[in-house]
Design a protein. Structure first.
Length: 296
């Protein structure tokens, strides 16, 4: 697609709206007084149904070239489920700001983990330095390194979520060359729902309450299906560097929303530690883009 000034402006506007939506998804971890597994299973079920309805209305079919590809996508969906659960749990035991900033170490972890799955890529010493620098940013946020400290728990669960997210993205990359993003997401939501439903304590209680049922529908429809659709659309109009750089606004949007709606005061030194983490994330995005240009 040829990029014009109007399409570029539209892409930036759409991407900012998408990032704002995704940044505020973390509010549901606090608004829904249920375990993270229960919230995510409900989100996956409704997201699966909404995407299924979309495919039905558009007359699209879900087809895989072979059963192995389906199993791979399903397996990646299990990683996606674990990422979502640990991410929401991180926020529930600490704050939105701590959970989101911990998650945003994933671009650097991606750079460290990618050589393990590709013979062409080697471990980059600078990527290792960035990973250590990101962890230093988290060190600035945590007031005490004891498991009894909730901020420390939030950071640990957030790092686990970041590792799972990085692994999920690396494994999904190959599948994107053969199947659409919506088909992959549909299968991953199916896997997430199937795996988590047996452990979803209080799910029927949550869905029987009109307010919580509405939250789940909005979470699945607006913050999952719609947000990912807008993300894919905006990516067709913008460069990878622009999209990656703007996505680092997500923790800022989420932290401010939690401050305003939930009264969560950001932890001491959050801006200093957060600045270090986001700097590493932005730098890694630009480095990746530079490598891609050299390979072309």
């Amino acid at each position: 697609m040829k990029t014009t000034p109007n399409s570029l402006f539209r892409g930036i506007v759409e991407l900012n709206i998408t990032i704002l939506i995704m940044g505020n998804v973390t509010l549901f971890a606090k608004l829904l007084p249920f375990p993270a597994v229960t919230i995510i299973s409900g989100r996956a079920v409704f997201g699966f149904l909404i995407l299924g309805l979309f495919f039905l209305l558009r007359g699209k079919q879900i087809k895989y070239q072979n059963f192995g590809d389906f199993c791979k996508t399903f397996g990646i969906g299990i990683l996606f489920a674990l990422h979502w659960v640990t991410y929401f749990h991180s926020i529930q035991v600490s704050t939105v700001a701590v959970g989101m900033l911990s998650l945003f170490t994933y671009p650097v972890f991606s750079a460290l983990m990618e050589p393990l799955f590709s013979e062409e890529k080697k471990l980059d010493p600078f990527a290792f330095f960035l990973a250590c620098f990101s962890l230093f940013g988290l060190y600035l946020i945590v007031p005490s390194f004891h498991w009894e400290n909730q901020m420390f728990q939030g950071v640990v669960w957030g790092i686990v979520s970041a590792l799972l997210y990085a692994l999920r993205n690396i494994l999904t990359k190959e599948m994107h060359t053969h199947y659409s993003g919506s088909q992959i997401l549909f299968t991953q939501l199916f896997a997430t729902a199937l795996v988590l439903l047996p452990f979803s304590e209080g799910l029927f209680v949550m869905l029987s309450e009109p307010k919580y049922l509405l939250f789940q529908v909005v979470l699945a429809g607006v913050f999952t299906a719609l947000a990912h659709t807008m993300w894919i659309r905006s990516m067709s109009l913008l460069s990878v560097t622009t999209a990656g750089t703007l996505s680092t606004l997500s923790p800022i949007y989420g932290s401010l929303a939690a401050w305003y709606f939930l009264g969560e005061v950001p932890p001491e030194k959050i801006w200093l530690g957060g600045g270090v983490i986001l700097f590493c994330a932005i730098l890694e995005v630009f480095r990746k883009r530079g490598e891609e240009k050299l390979e072309q």
